[in-house]
Write a protein that binds this ligand. Structure first.
Ligand SMILES: C[S@@+](CC[C@H](N)C(=O)[O-])C[C@H]1O[C@@H](n2cnc3c(N)ncnc32)[C@H](O)[C@@H]1O
Length: 243
């Protein structure tokens, strides 16, 4: 038995959030702590906002995600607003200084229609001059080529079970990579298979979608220490501003 709640807990084990240890988390945390009202789109289990509150953020913090099991885990903190839903359906109107999408959540917007509708809703949620910060994987690095069973990881979960988590790419069609994540027990029994599609956009394509949605790019980095974007940058880190 491996429930959605188990999967959400496992996500946190495999992707611990700690702005005192990880440069990516410190980058987002710095922006969040400086903003009065923050919307975290694709907040998942809510770790980023949990830590911001823990560090003393006193303003409005809102997490949005369509994954109900992840949100249930986020709700362990009740001094943050948690909203179930997809970005494209958000209806906030000029309420936030900052919107974030951490952990490459932006790549979950796969079709042009979903991407445009999501960006329009995020733009609408921001006050004029508000910022939208997110990271995406650089298509030039072709990170999906590392997503194969030989790179599987083993982890002991909260109840002491040894779990095996592996990835397999199912297809690469244009800029969309579809993959499966398989979670197995120590004896090889498959407990769960999750399937996801992720879109890989390059700098100019990101710029075009953002521009169309009413954003201008304030800064773009190839890493968490403000490196220039290059062919070998694994991440593209974008800060856009509502134009
Ligand atoms: C890789 S997780 C990142 C979670 C979290 N931001 C982090 O850094 O750990 C991507 C998240 O995006 C969410 N997501 C997928 N499609 C979405 C959409 N259309 N709108 C908002 N969130 C979405 C998923 O449910 C998932 O929780």
């Amino acid at each position: 038995m491996f429930t959605d709640a188990d999967a959400a807990a496992l996500y946190d084990q495999l992707n611990p959030w700690d702005a005192t240890r990880y440069p990516s988390d410190a980058f987002f945390n710095g922006l969040v702590m400086d903003a009065d009202a923050v919307l975290d789109v694709g907040c998942g289990t809510g770790s980023m906002l949990h830590q911001a509150r823990h560090f003393g953020h006193r303003g409005r913090l809102v997490g949005l995600d369509p994954d109900l099991a992840a949100l249930d885990r986020a709700r362990r903190r009740t001094d943050i607003e948690w909203v179930a839903g997809a970005a494209a359906d958000a209806s906030w109107d000029r309420e936030f200084d900052l919107a974030t999408m951490a952990g490459n959540a932006f790549q979950c917007f796969v079709s042009d229609g979903e991407l445009s509708a999501s960006l329009a809703a995020i733009r609408r949620a921001l006050r004029d001059g508000g910022r939208f910060a997110f990271d995406t994987r650089n298509p030039q690095v072709r990170e999906w080529e590392e997503w194969k069973p030989s790179n599987a990881s083993e982890v002991v979960d909260g109840s002491g079970r040894t779990l095996h988590v592996s990835h397999q790419v199912e297809s690469v069609v244009d800029d969309v990579v579809t993959l499966t994540e398989t979670t197995s027990a120590h004896d090889g029994t498959v407990l769960r298979v999750d399937r996801a599609s992720l879109r890989f956009l390059d700098v100019s394509e990101l710029g075009a979608f953002l521009h169309k949605a009413g954003f201008e790019i304030e800064a773009q980095y190839g890493g968490w220490q403000h490196e220039t974007v290059s062919d070998v940058s694994r991440s593209i880190v974008t800060i856009a501003r509502g134009a």
